[in-house]
Design a protein around this ligand. Structure first.
Ligand code: PNW
Length: 484
């Protein structure tokens, strides 16, 4: 693997946006306050064994009460934009249509948050869905039920009506791959279902909800910047000269990347994906889920693609040697549970890993950005942003709660150099968000994994900037990754 040299500084283009990201359920807490009702993550975290130590988001980072201080902290860190999400379970807690379904107190919170950000000169970057579907809607079939699509659009426009005068950047969905396949097929995320057909239906309905919302937002706010955030992997064959391995990587690319990018940018599902679904008996059912006209809606032009990148993977149709399989505490299968990637395995490559056993592979980000620009965003004239990148490490805090996280700093340094390399080679990337501003509720891992550039003491809820956060301030305020 290629590691860029770190002995020179690299400066980003003028106007490059430096941000940090979070999501509602991961940071807000106040789960039972001001009219919020259960989302699928509240109920999922009560299922024995679903989340490590049954951790939940009842308190999280308490941002619901500490947003004003957090906005000041961001300003102090030189952060120019804050990527946060609004919670459907706060805004329309019962999933009921019409004005009676709106929870004014929930909307008020986001209004106060946005005002605090603007007071601190921070651009609000609003994501409408980061996985907290109202449980009431899951009880009606969740994302596998087409009826949820129009309810999402209604929720989105409720948020827009309240905040559209102050929020200019709108992201419909965060990582629909997670809220469909990881949630409805692999059962790892809420609602914990294990149905290949439901995962496919959820993916399509999420895409349709995205497309319809873009159309509504576009007519309500012609000047807004509208987009979606996808998570991408960079699949490589274990052995490039082995046709089975090459096919394994192709399948992962279809099932993970192209299943979302192709409908959005080309108005069609990938033909090879549909063939793979036919081979496992899922094609007919999926064809019924996709109605005439859906793909035109899904491919409604957008302004921005958010890219979440953590790592790529090496694929094969044979299992990896046991000795190389990591020891992640959340049980991890190396065999894909996903319908169009039947029989595909992930092989650990012996790269350095984070505390989730996620491989550290910065060059994958350079390749990903070049590919997205060449095949999707470039031809469509769509702006690229890195909306998430970061890592979990077992932080050790000193008596003052300070964490000297050189490992995380190193991760960011390498990945920002990888972004810079893509920019140098002609890929226009317009901004970067660290995941995450704060240590927070890391879904199925609970509070066991820390991603923050700022430490959260979960006893006192106090925030302490880590070494990586101090370093990020230098980067953001000088627009430069310094030499090391
Ligand atoms: C993303 N996977 O989640 C999310 O957008 C964040 O909310 C999250 O905290 C961050 O990445 C770190 O995990 C993912 O299992 C969670 O492949 C799990 C997976 C991918 C992304």
């Amino acid at each position: 693997s290629y590691t860029p040299p770190t002995d020179r500084s690299v400066t980003f283009p003028d106007g490059f946006l430096w941000g940090a990201a979070t999501a509602a359920y991961q940071v807000e807490g106040a789960a039972h306050e001001d009219g919020r009702r259960d989302s699928i993550w509240d109920t999922f975290s009560r299922v024995p064994g679903a989340v490590l130590d049954a951790h939940n988001g009842d308190v999280a980072c308490d941002q619901y009460h500490r947003y004003a201080d957090d906005a000041k902290l961001m300003a102090d860190l030189g952060i120019q934009t804050y990527r946060f999400s609004t919670s459907w379970a706060r805004v329309r807690p019962d999933g009921v249509s019409g004005p009676e379904g709106v929870n004014a107190q929930g909307l008020d919170y986001y209004s106060r948050l946005v005002d605090s950000l603007l007071d601190n000169n921070i651009l609000p970057w609003l994501t409408l869905y980061h996985w907290d579907l109202p449980q009431a809607l899951e009880d009606q079939g969740g994302w596998a039920n087409r009826d949820v699509v129009d309810l999402f659009v209604e929720y989105a426009m409720t948020v827009h009506d309240a905040l559209g005068d102050r929020v200019r950047v709108w992201t419909t969905l965060n990582e629909p791959w997670c809220s469909s396949f990881l949630s409805y097929t692999a059962g790892v995320h809420a609602p914990g279902r294990t149905s290949p057909a439901d995962g496919l239906a959820a993916a399509h309905h999420l895409l349709l909800a995205h497309g319809k919302t873009i159309q509504e937002l576009r007519s309500a706010a012609p000047d807004a910047e509208l987009g979606i955030t996808l998570n991408f992997t960079v699949p490589d064959p274990v052995d490039p000269s082995n046709p089975d391995d090459v096919d394994a990587a192709r399948r992962i690319d279809a099932q993970f990347n192209r299943v979302f990018a192709d409908p959005i940018f080309r108005g069609e599902y990938p033909a090879d994906l549909l063939e793979d679904l036919a081979a496992v008996g899922l094609r007919e059912g999926f064809d019924k889920v996709v109605h005439d006209g859906d793909l035109e809606i899904i491919s409604t032009p957008i302004d921005a693609l958010g890219v979440n990148y953590y790592h790529g993977e090496a694929n094969s149709k044979t299992p990896p040697p046991d000795s190389l399989v990591g020891d992640a505490p959340v049980e991890r299968e190396t065999r894909s549970p996903y319908p169009a990637a039947d029989g595909v395995y992930v092989h650990p490559r012996g790269l350095p890993v984070t505390d989730q056993d996620w491989e550290i592979q910065p060059e994958g980000l350079t390749r990903l950005l070049r590919r997205l620009h060449a095949e999707y965003t470039g031809p469509a004239g769509v702006k690229l942003y890195i909306t998430e990148n970061g890592c979990a490490f077992d932080d050790v805090a000193d008596d003052n709660d300070f964490v000297d996280d050189q490992n995380r700093l190193n991760f960011y340094d390498l990945h920002l150099r990888a972004v810079h390399e893509a920019i140098e080679s002609g890929v226009p990337v317009h901004g970067y968000f660290a995941w995450s501003l704060l240590d927070n509720y890391e879904w199925a891992w609970g509070y066991h994994k820390r991603f923050g550039i700022v430490r959260v003491n979960y006893e006192t809820l106090e925030r302490t900037v880590k070494a990586s956060g101090e370093w990020y301030r230098t980067v953001a305020t000088t627009n430069t990754v310094p030499a090391r």
